[in-house]
Design a protein around this ligand. Sequence first.
Ligand code: KDG
Ligand code: MG
Length: 408
Amino acid sequence: MKIERAEVIVTSPGRNFVTLRLTTSDGVVGLGDGTLNGRELAVVSYLRDHVVPLLVGREADTIEDTWQYLYRGPYWRRGPVTMAAIAAVDMALWDILGKRTGVPVYQLLGGRSRRGALAYGHASGTTVEALFTAIRNQLDHGFRAVRIQVGVPGLGKVYGVGTDQRAGERYDYEPAARSVVPVEEAWDTEAYLRHLPTVVEAVRAEFGEALPLLHDAHHRLTPNEGAQLGRALEPHRLFWLEDCTPAEDQEALRRVRSQTTTPLATGEVLNSVHDYRTLISERLIDYVRSSATHAGGITGLRKILDFAAVYGVRSGIHGATDISPVGMAAALHLDIALHNFGIQELMLHNERTLEVFRTSYTFVDGLLDPGENPGLGVELDDEAAAAYEYTPAYLPVNRLLDGTIHDW
Ligand code: KDG
Ligand code: MG
């Protein structure tokens, strides 16, 4: 069956999402997520101007061939814009194949390997007390694993730390501010390194040894600082320390790895198996953080995770709110099917987003499940989508106290 129509839909129900909708000549519709936070329109142009004209008239069920055609064909390979555009096409084709064969995509990936996918939620606070409240809220919401981020004394707003919650409130933090230029935040690594281990210790004392705790350093440390932090956190047994050093520098994690047994995760900004060669083959990480949305879809991410499986490295798929419900569904089908699943990030989408994207995945007792609907299991409501126009929004920029632009 051939692809007859390809439409790029931009909607902004609280944040911007880029969705590709493919329709076959027999009327089957597939959706794909190509959202690239803060650079959404670059993917829109890549898709509309350079990909859509190639798709119309192609066979819908040649998924691997279409992936290779879009990856190898244009000469310019990899990069977040290209790989998000390929992801959108790839997910839509898996969605179509699932609908045409009448099965959820995970069945096409080899079937169910587990009852559900353990998810971790976000908890943050400007103070330790506020963090405790946020953790309790997430536990009450059903999470069985929690990422903890905390304010640093002497600094203002810190990325990853939302407004302090009251007891019972739902976590609703959107770090991409709606504005034509990014806001700027100040950063002090020494203050962070002094503070964080005391906070993790306090969390362990309050919530016990068994709760899986995760932390994200957002690429801000040097290899030696990463090693120091990993060692300092070792007694508190983190589930993982994420992105301690800038992810594109694969060798940086050699130093960290040789100095600490704290498990390491990286990769939400990586988009190809080649970005992981050293990280995986030298076993420098424990978890792969790429999303299906930024790493060439189900096909692209599966290539990375199959390579990881050879080295005993597991998945920890990126699931922040800038992954649309379509991208989240794609992740969940992989989570359920692949043997080397580790954990799945889940930042819950707001109600407006769930009006636009009607999902069938579930979150029960801390476990996510993609559901049994054929395909990916997500439908797009055109009318709801049209009500939310694209609005520029950016993640913050990070500067050291002397004004130097810093990694993050
Ligand atoms: O677009 C970037 C965000 O999704 C990212 O900064 C969130 O680090 C993040 C995480 O681990 O979810
Ligand atoms: Mg992260």
